[in-house]
Design a protein around this ligand. Structure first.
Ligand code: ZN
Length: 128
């Protein structure tokens, strides 16, 4: 898997590295982001990110990528039948909608003066 290059002003020590060498993956898409689907069967739709799975690089978006699941009658589900449920979608199929310019945008990553990494809109340079 290709890893993201982090340009840290402090040299090669990434502030996000744990002592055991693991990195907290910096997700360009976060919970509660508005995103637009740019590929796949839901192309063109927009929705809100409900959950993120950084390891898998996937997210669940409200109303996007529904899958049908056939369920049997159980104690919990009296009805049974077909249940529609959002499935995860790869983040590469999504673009974040910038709250400022209100357009699907490419997200850049920048290091703020306090050393924290932050996302910014590549169109209007708003910090997200
Ligand atoms: Zn913007």
């Amino acid at each position: 898997m290709k890893s993201q290059t982090v340009h840290s002003p402090k040299g090669d020590t990434c502030p996000f590295a744990f002592p055991n060498g693991a990195y907290t993956k910096f997700m360009k898409i976060r919970r509660n982001d508005q995103v637009r689907v740019v590929a796949g069967k839901d192309k063109g739709k927009t929705g809100k990110v409900l959950r993120v799975f950084p390891k898998e690089n996937r997210v669940i978006v409200e109303g996007i990528n529904f899958i049908k699941r056939h369920t049997r009658k159980t104690q919990q589900a009296q009805q049974g039948g077909i249940v529609q449920k959002e499935a995860t979608i790869n983040t590469s199929n999504l673009k974040v909608i910038c709250p400022r310019c209100n357009k699907p945008t490419r997200i850049g990553i920048t290091i703020l003066s306090d050393g924290k990494k932050s996302r910014y809109c590549k169109k209007c340079e708003e910090i997200l």
